[in-house]
Design a protein around this ligand. Structure first.
Ligand code: TEU
Length: 560
């Protein structure tokens, strides 16, 4: 079995992880300093969000030099040291690969915009205007048009994200070779793979048709740039030229991909990647008919979550491989979104962790989730840092005169800064994240929720994660077992088995705040199976009656 199927990945957002030089910004030495902590958690792989040189319009997702480290994060020597120290502990490191766009401050773009005859012109996507306006009605993910007019050459360039993130033109073979060369540079240093940013946006429909989308001036033209005509061809080329020469973990961020599409991308022969991040469950609590679905929040239901996750389990089995995640740096904290961040914070954080670690696929833990960090409610827009949040507020409030309180509430529930507040290490000043002024406010709940307290409490969320990670190593059925749903109609309980040749695992998850009385599933009567892990003290009674947010994992040997 490939190592990346057996691994647990821990995602680090370096800016918010740990600051060693007091400038209020996390750094690479901060990651190195916490390797022992990560070793205690026992994760196998670290995914570093972008650490390359960047003007930080979108916190490193706007790269101005792929071969240099962002000075705020340290130097290339710091990076080499981190990689060596991680490897010495048996921890692998994957990098973020952001190649749908660069920063507008990248020398390629600087040259490209100077003249239509620059050899770099065609590294980006330029079009003339239409009737004195943008070439089409495509909207940017961060608001406004996806085209920006550049007076130097009287043309528009495409930016699916901020206007400081011009899209690269993958149609250009010279550009593709530059990217492969850069990938070899990092892989040559010994990095163990890539998380590929917005990878299914690389191929746009060449005629750039108008978006069908919503009425209104601009709309996000997913149907014209997701999974485009040449995507698989580009990725197969990347595999041939780069990926196949190393032993790597590759995971592509791929919104709008269904299981059939994922199977195509991750098929060991015809595909190119090990796995993708799918987005179906991230859209569960949004209103798709709204012009800005991402900022809406509608109640989600367990039956829908179960249907989505189950579909991915079943349809990808034997064809590709799943990645498992409930949060990352772009979405709210998972305990606030899918659990209960009040009274049941601890049991619900453990319940979600159980789900994350017992489905088939590779689990991704987002920093801070292992101590049950929650969303934050900043009181004013000035406390927010994310370009997406700031643009949204500007559009809603400043430009359209909307209600500031309502917009702030949207940021409280859905904003990306929820996940980006500093990692809470101690109950001391700034949660022990920095001795300086943190670049973004610390969540005020840090005196209760922090690593120091978690490590000291044997019942903490942290030690429960550590147990889950170890179970994965002890019981191959967690990696390879076939998934089967039980209790398909239960309103609050998600129950499933995972079965391989000699073992069956039973997972019971009560997503409700009420008790749930169940019949014992076949073969799991008291005495027939072993309780491997649970988030409440074991009950001695013989009835099966799950407590609020209770999670249990049982194991049964199939051949005595
Ligand atoms: O995200 C791309 C993506 O598809 C979204 O989830 C995006 O964050 C959302 O539409 C806007 O809120 C990736 C990165 O993970 C994100 O941090 C970057 O901002 C983005 O690409 C651009 O590089």
């Amino acid at each position: 079995m490939e190592w990346w199927k057996k691994s647990v990945v821990y995602q680090i957002y370096p800016r918010s992880f740990f600051d060693t030089d007091g400038d209020g910004v996390g750094d690479l030495r901060g990651v190195t300093a916490k390797l022992d902590y990560l070793g205690t958690l026992d994760v196998d792989v670290l995914w570093l969000c972008p650490v390359y040189q960047s003007p930080n319009d979108d916190n490193g997702y706007d790269i101005s030099d792929y071969y240099a480290i962002m000075p705020e994060f340290g130097s290339m020597a710091d990076f080499d040291e981190l990689l060596a120290q991680a490897h010495a502990r048996g921890i692998r490191i994957i990098m973020d690969l952001v190649v749908n766009h660069t920063s507008d401050e990248h020398p390629w773009f600087q040259a490209a915009r100077q003249s239509k005859s620059s050899p770099y012109r065609d590294y980006y996507i330029w079009r003339g205007g239409k009737n004195g306006a943008e070439p089409n009605n495509w909207g940017s993910h961060f608001g406004g048009s996806a085209w920006k007019y550049d007076e130097l050459t009287d043309e528009y360039f495409l930016h699916l994200f901020s206007e400081k993130q011009p899209d690269l033109n993958w149609e250009n073979p010279a550009l593709r070779q530059e990217i492969y060369r850069m990938m070899h540079f990092w892989l040559g240093k010994g990095v163990d793979g890539f998380r590929m940013d917005t990878i299914n946006m690389l191929s746009k429909k060449p005629d750039f048709p108008d978006a069908l989308g919503h009425p209104g001036r601009y709309s996000i033209a997913e149907e014209h740039f997701l999974n485009g005509p040449r995507l698989l061809e580009y990725l197969q080329e990347m595999k041939r030229e780069v990926l196949s020469h190393y032993d790597l973990l590759t995971v592509g961020e791929a919104p709008g991909v269904d299981p059939a599409g994922a199977a195509e991308l991750t098929d060991p022969e015809r595909g190119a990647l090990n796995m993708i991040f799918q987005f179906d469950h991230m859209r569960l609590d949004t209103d798709p008919t709204h012009p800005k679905p991402r900022w809406t929040s509608v109640p989600w239901s367990l039956p829908e979550l179960r249907t989505i996750l189950g579909r991915w389990q079943t349809e990808l089995e034997g064809r590709g491989w799943n990645s498992l995640y409930l949060s990352n740096h772009d979405v709210p904290r998972m305990v606030s979104r899918f659990g209960h961040d009040g009274e049941y914070r601890v049991p619900s954080a453990k319940l979600l962790a159980t789900l994350l670690h017992t489905l088939q696929g590779t689990p991704y833990i987002y920093q801070g989730d292992e101590i049950g960090m929650t969303n934050v409610q900043f009181g004013q827009i000035g406390d927010y840092r994310d370009i997406d949040a700031l643009n949204h507020y500007r559009e809603q409030v400043t430009e359209q005169g909307g209600d500031p309180g309502e917009t702030l509430r949207q940021l409280h529930v859905k904003g990306r800064d929820n996940a980006r507040t500093p990692m809470q290490w101690t109950a001391g000043t700034s949660a022990g994240f920095t001795t300086g002024t943190p670049w973004i406010g610390v969540n005020p709940n840090y005196p209760q929720i922090n690593v120091e307290a978690a490590l000291a409490d044997p019942e903490s969320v942290f030690w429960y994660y550590r147990d889950l990670i170890r179970l994965r190593r002890e019981h191959p059925v967690i990696v390879d077992g076939h998934y089967e749903l039980l209790l398909p109609d239960h309103p609050t309980v998600y129950a499933y088995t995972r079965t391989n040749a000699d073992t069956r695992l039973l997972v019971l998850l009560n997503f409700g705040t009420d008790r749930a009385a169940l019949a014992w599933p076949d073969g799991f009567q008291p005495g027939e199976a072993e309780l491997l892990l649970g988030n409440y003290p074991a009950e001695l009674d013989t009835a099966l009656n799950l407590r609020p947010y209770e999670a249990r994992v049982y194991l049964r040997r199939l051949h005595a």
